[in-house]
Design a protein around this ligand. Structure first.
Ligand code: ZN
Length: 133
C-alpha cells in the first residue's frame, strides 16, 4: 500500500474544503479519523473554523453583498496545442496534419512530434485513422 496522501487525494481534499465540506464528512468518506483530515488541512495551509464553529463568525461581506462561494476550478485535461508551422519549418518527424484550408496559402501544419513511422502526432493519427474507419 502506498502513502495515503496522493496528489489526487490532496486535490480532492482541497476541492471538498473549498466546497465547505466539514472535516467530519470528509473523514467519513475517506474512512480515516477526523484529526487525520484536520492535520492534513493544517499542513496544506487550509485553515478554517470547521464543524460548526464557523457559524460563530460573521460571513464575509462587501457592503451588504454576501460573497458567493468561490467557484470550483474546472479540471481541464492538458492538451498539446498544434505548433502551426509552415511547410518549410517542418522537421522529418513533424506532424503533417493540415490546420486550416489546404487550398489557402494561409494553412499551417500541426508540427508536433509524429508517432514513430507515421506522418502525424498521436492525436492526429487518431483523427486520420478514425475518419477512415
Ligand atoms: Zn498533429
Amino acid at each position: 500500500m502506498g502513502p495515503f496522501w496522493t496528489p489526487e487525494r490532496e486535490e480532492d481534499l482541497r476541492q471538498r474544503f473549498d466546497r465547505g465540506e466539514t472535516a467530519r464528512t470528509i473523514s467519513r468518506d475517506y474512512g480515516v479519523s477526523r484529526p487525520t483530515i484536520c492535520g492534513k488541512l493544517d499542513r496544506m495551509g487550509l485553515k478554517r473554523e470547521i464543524d460548526g464553529r464557523r457559524s460563530q463568525r460573521r460571513p464575509k461581506t462587501i457592503g451588504n453583498i454576501s460573497l458567493p462561494p468561490r467557484p470550483l476550478k474546472p479540471i481541464v485535461p492538458i492538451k498539446t496545442a498544434p505548433l502551426l508551422l509552415e511547410i518549410h519549418e517542418l522537421r522529418p518527424d513533424s506532424c503533417r496534419y493540415i490546420i486550416g484550408d489546404p487550398r489557402s496559402p494561409a494553412h499551417r501544419y500541426c508540427g508536433l512530434t509524429s508517432k514513430p513511422g507515421q506522418s502525424w502526432c498521436p492525436e492526429h493519427c487518431d483523427r486520420v485513422f478514425g475518419r477512415m474507419a
